[in-house]
Design a protein around this ligand. Sequence first.
Ligand SMILES: *[C@@H]1O[C@H](CO)[C@@H](O)[C@H](O)[C@H]1NC(C)=O
Ligand SMILES: *[C@@H]1O[C@H](CO)[C@@H](O)[C@H](O)[C@H]1NC(C)=O
Ligand SMILES: *[C@@H]1O[C@H](CO)[C@@H](O)[C@H](O)[C@H]1NC(C)=O
Ligand SMILES: *[C@@H]1O[C@H](CO)[C@@H](O)[C@H](O)[C@H]1NC(C)=O
Ligand SMILES: *[C@@H]1O[C@H](CO)[C@@H](O)[C@H](O)[C@H]1NC(C)=O
Ligand SMILES: *[C@@H]1O[C@H](CO)[C@@H](O)[C@H](O)[C@H]1NC(C)=O
Ligand SMILES: *[C@@H]1O[C@H](CO)[C@@H](O)[C@H](O)[C@H]1NC(C)=O
Ligand SMILES: *[C@@H]1O[C@H](CO)[C@@H](O)[C@H](O)[C@H]1NC(C)=O
Ligand SMILES: *[C@@H]1O[C@H](CO)[C@@H](O)[C@H](O)[C@H]1NC(C)=O
Ligand SMILES: *[C@@H]1O[C@H](CO)[C@@H](O)[C@H](O)[C@H]1NC(C)=O
Length: 622
Amino acid sequence: MQFPLLLLLSLASSASASWSKNLNYRSPSTHHPALGIAIHKVVKRNEPGSSYPASTLNFTHGVASGDPYPQSVILWTRVAPQSDNSQSNKTVSGYAPLFDHDNEKYVKISKAPICVEYKIAADRDLTKVADSGTVFTSSDVDFTVKVEATNLEAYTTYYYQFSVCNSNNKSPLGRTKTTPNADDDITKVSIAVYSCANYPFGFFNAYGNTVRKDSVDYVVHLGDYIYEYKNGYYGWGDSMGRIPLPNKEIFSLYDYRKRIATYRTDLDLLASHQQFPWIPVWDDHEVADNTYRDGAAELNNTEDSFMKDGGISVDQRKMNAVRAYYEWIPIRQVDMDDNLRIWRSFSIGKLVDLLMLDTRQYDRSITDLYWNTDYIHKISDDAGRSLMGSRQENWFYRKLSESAERGATWRIVGSQIIFSRIDLEPFKGTKNPLNYDTWDGYQSNRNRTLHHLYSNEINNNIFLAGDSHASWVSDLVWLGEKDYNSSTGAGGIGVEFAGSAVTSPCPYGENITLANANNFSRIIESSNTELQWQDLYYRGYFELHFTHDDVQANFFGMPDIRTKNAWEIPLANFTVKSGANRLQRPVAGGVVESGSLKFGKVVQNNLTLDTDNGTWFVSHPN
Ligand SMILES: *[C@@H]1O[C@H](CO)[C@@H](O)[C@H](O)[C@H]1NC(C)=O
Ligand SMILES: *[C@@H]1O[C@H](CO)[C@@H](O)[C@H](O)[C@H]1NC(C)=O
Ligand SMILES: *[C@@H]1O[C@H](CO)[C@@H](O)[C@H](O)[C@H]1NC(C)=O
Ligand SMILES: *[C@@H]1O[C@H](CO)[C@@H](O)[C@H](O)[C@H]1NC(C)=O
Ligand SMILES: *[C@@H]1O[C@H](CO)[C@@H](O)[C@H](O)[C@H]1NC(C)=O
Ligand SMILES: *[C@@H]1O[C@H](CO)[C@@H](O)[C@H](O)[C@H]1NC(C)=O
Ligand SMILES: *[C@@H]1O[C@H](CO)[C@@H](O)[C@H](O)[C@H]1NC(C)=O
Ligand SMILES: *[C@@H]1O[C@H](CO)[C@@H](O)[C@H](O)[C@H]1NC(C)=O
Ligand SMILES: *[C@@H]1O[C@H](CO)[C@@H](O)[C@H](O)[C@H]1NC(C)=O
Ligand SMILES: *[C@@H]1O[C@H](CO)[C@@H](O)[C@H](O)[C@H]1NC(C)=O
């Protein structure tokens, strides 16, 4: 029998393709295949030569890159015979069912896996190839491909592309960038910081604006990349054609895959992944609301809630979410034997060390679940409580010390939740005046962190946070322990920049007016001595531009997220001088566009809010 030439070629190429180089086959734990994929079973199922014809396959969700190192970077794509996600959570006797939409039933996958080639080069035409390879993907990993491209040069821009083996079926061209070597003396680096993108609340314009401006080197994401809810429960996606699928609260592996895939249809999110290497961590909603080590607000680990929620336990739900996350998000698993470990660090030349924490899923002590607030308030200063667990906490303090010892100018700490104390008594009353789901609920953990920084004289600390859907800029200070002067910033040990949401709504009312939002901001700002600027109104993001002399922080607000558009307003700009350990005075140059600025003015469309008497008056700039 004569084989068609194409088939022969494809057999030749498949023969050298690798399973294990598609990192998703080894995820979430290479040493515990029961948690993920048993590659030998997939190989056994494989019917050589019966692969999908290349013309029936699509790159369904673009390309992405992430976790840049000086010599390597993670590359991602998905190539599938249909855009729907895999049902392989229900693996039955060795095969993974796929939904056949024409016949509306599940069918066995008996075809051979899909062979995919990748190539990364220093030029757009992909002629100066630095690395390439051939891997398999299949329904078992939702047709995702995640590879580590190696042999790269430090702090260099690269272009990459995937293709179906021996075909002209190619993915979009991606761009990425490695980090400098740890001892390279680079002079500047820029990052954009995002959090809290909720699909049915609006378009992800914020992600697209840094692409259009091409204003940063890397994107840092602090979590809440997806939300687990049904549309309508939280969000108004119907009015914008943005229904998060499957349209229900999500529990199964298929559900989490489908939800991430839906988010990945937003064109601005796709563009950001295609142009920038991402450094992401999860917050709670990648799994469920207010998660901690053993549970979440809406799912108790009891038989009763197990029955109510379709027979999925807290642990199973978390594993489903985590597996889908690793399949879809371009990150490394730095410890393949610890499937929940996402905390990790990056050295960006001598300029910056970036520590990405997991204050949520890994080993967090019990949090505020809404019905237990009094109890969490009572135990919030308990010495045994940790946001991170002892393994991560020890790593965190050690990394901070090592960073100072090696002489990196800046330390960035990517926390999900707000670090600084925020007294909300005017809104919450005297009984439980804090938000116990933030570091305020884990005060000994915060004190241990501050103690470590002050006692070791570790300077130039920039803490980041998301989670809150609002902007908060504070001097980082150990209140009650160090003398702090709010007008000069003396006594600080760094600065905290906490950013607003890509689309998730203002916590003080999803359709709040600008005047009401700024009134509330003023009340919150004036109740907290170290909080220098607060804004509730705008959805948005911020950029950080680092040099050895200073950090410039630029906050941007999106005035309209109900349509896809590029409109943004610069809200406030901050400077932190190296060695100062506080915001440069006058903070924000004394003027911001919105919110409330301590010792400063709010100027919005020529209206000025007098922060002393709370009224607006028309200003007349010269
Ligand atoms: C692949 O993309 C083409 C063009 O957009 C479309 O017509 C086709 O239905 C897609 N096929 C699958 C399997 O998604
Ligand atoms: C697998 O996914 C399907 C489709 O969402 C769901 O009905 C089923 O319950 C899931 N099974 C498990 C074990 O998660
Ligand atoms: C979890 O348990 C608490 C305490 O018994 C109860 O108040 C709460 O309603 C439960 N939540 C769910 C989702 O079952
Ligand atoms: C944290 O430090 C402050 C200031 O020293 C102190 O008042 C407070 O009791 C400490 N809290 C805990 C839980 O250690
Ligand atoms: C803060 O510093 C300023 C300027 O040095 C000074 O005038 C003011 O008295 C200080 N405030 C406090 C509370 O020490
Ligand atoms: C906010 O506005 C949207 C329409 O843009 C509406 O669907 C939603 O119900 C409003 N929310 C509240 C709390 O009024
Ligand atoms: C600001 O908010 C407070 C608290 O809700 C309210 O009492 C006050 O009337 C508001 N002021 C203005 C000017 O809206
Ligand atoms: C912030 O800086 C930008 C330039 O980067 C400028 O256009 C903008 O007006 C500044 N915004 C404020 C509120 O000072
Ligand atoms: C602010 O006022 C100046 C002078 O009155 C005017 O030229 C400018 O257009 C106004 N800007 C806005 C945004 O209203
Ligand atoms: C508030 O202060 C501004 C000037 O800063 C003034 O023009 C305005 O009249 C004051 N309003 C009230 C109600 O005192």
